[in-house]
Design a protein around this ligand. Structure first.
Ligand SMILES: [Fe+2]
Ligand SMILES: [Fe+2]
Length: 167
């Protein structure tokens, strides 16, 4: 198999940073929700953070498998607080859209270079992002519907807290 190009190595390393950045952001949201005693949301966010770290590692492993070198860059400090639960999930939804844009740029770069192996690896991420964007925007819609109904918020917190593990 063709060794990864210097340019693909750099862009994939950027994506490793973005996935760990997402992980860090979700962990910050987990801490925010735990403080508010919204423990179901906090659990959901923790699981999401672990999932993002796994995404980062998928790319990390791929770079190594292709004879490339992983270099870790600094990740942004996530906001420690959010104005409301819906604002936190809106931030998550917008961040997912940003991550999708990064994946699409990567795919374009891989296509331009005729790097078929990177394109194949990225297929999984393209599909995953559809799911991630759908899930986060559905949660935003539900939270908006609940508004300031405390019992609705309580029930939705319980529901998200039942989230099982995923990739
Ligand atoms: Fe991700
Ligand atoms: Fe994500």
């Amino acid at each position: 198999m063709m060794r990864i190009s210097a340019h693909m190595q750099k862009t994939l390393n950027d994506q490793v940073r973005r996935e760990f950045g997402a992980s860090y952001l979700y962990l910050s949201m987990a801490a925010y929700f735990a403080e508010k005693n919204l423990n179901g949301f906090a659990r959901w966010m923790r699981m999401q953070a672990m999932e993002e770290a796994k995404h980062a590692m998928k790319i990390f492993d791929f770079v190594e498998d292709r004879g490339g070198r992983v270099t870790l860059e600094g990740i942004d400090r996530p906001p420690p607080d959010f104005p409301t639960p819906v604002a936190a999930f809106e931030h998550a939804r917008d961040h997912e859209a940003h991550v999708s844009a990064g994946i699409h740029q990567l795919y374009e770069a891989a296509a331009t270079e005729k790097d078929w192996a990177t394109q194949a690896m990225l297929q999984w991420f393209i599909t995953e992002q559809v799911e991630e964007e759908k899930t986060s925007s559905q949660i935003v819609d539900t939270l908006k519907m609940i508004g300031d109904n405390a019992s609705g918020l309580y029930m939705f917190d319980q529901e998200l807290g039942r989230r099982g593990g995923a990739e």
